[in-house]
Design a protein around this ligand. Sequence first.
Ligand SMILES: Nc1ncnc2c1ncn2[C@@H]1O[C@H](COP(=O)(O)OP(=O)(O)OP(=O)(O)O)[C@@H](O)[C@H]1O
Length: 258
Amino acid sequence: MQKESKANVSGAPVLSVKDVSYYYGDKQALDDVSFEVLPGRVTALLGPNGAGKTTLFSLITRLFDAPIGRIEICGLSPAEVGSRALAPLGVVFQQPTLDLDLTVKQNLRYFASLRGIPRKEADERMGRALDALDTRERIGERVRALNGGHRRRVEIARGILHSPDLLLLDEPTIGLDNPTRMAIVEHIHRLAEDDNIGVLWATHLFDEIEPDDDLIVLDKGRIVARGRAKDVVKETGAEDLGAAFKLLTSDPHEGVAA
Ligand SMILES: Nc1ncnc2c1ncn2[C@@H]1O[C@H](COP(=O)(O)OP(=O)(O)OP(=O)(O)O)[C@@H](O)[C@H]1O
């Protein structure tokens, strides 16, 4: 998809998380977490259940406020400037949020109107977004008639409709079969590169991470490893990412999980 505004051609981080900690009452969910997401790159946030991935996403999207530490999206802190800072953000949550009784086009038009995108421009953008995800032929169908993989693609198309600089994906392939998961992984990597989008992809599935991706391994609220995925594997001396993950975290499961 051709991006309208190349707002971030400087290579500056589209997301900066600095010294962020978070507590639910007495329970610490995040412990001094710092990292950056760069434009055009996929950053995988890998962690076992309970590592703190969803908490982190809730802080970035401002569902919760981060009382400790600082979060900036394209250089602006949502805590300081409010929802304006969220404008460059696209989000695909774990839970589906499309209206099942509306068609793909109606869902996307509705989202575009919430974003203040005029109808004609919205139609052009949705065509490009659906093309990028190989889903344009579904545009007239009710979401209820689509399978899980196509619904996810439409959710992602909606997430990129307003040409975000930063795309957050919270375990976007949950419940999908392997070929569909791999197709979505490929689409996202192409989108990041073609449109210079910085992607933060939360997952616990090793096979969704490519060797060149930036990787953050989160365990019990702490970053236990970071770097290019292939370098993280090399540093642990493990055979593959699954084995490296096992060495780095308290997660009991082994190998490639799907
Ligand atoms: N509302 C809450 N109240 C208390 N503790 C919570 C709450 N939500 C999450 N936690 C705890 O905070 C920690 C981080 O949870 P979080 O959901 O962010 O992890 P996660 O990596 O997203 O896990 P999952 O993959 O299972 O969604 C966990 O120990 C969890 O039990």
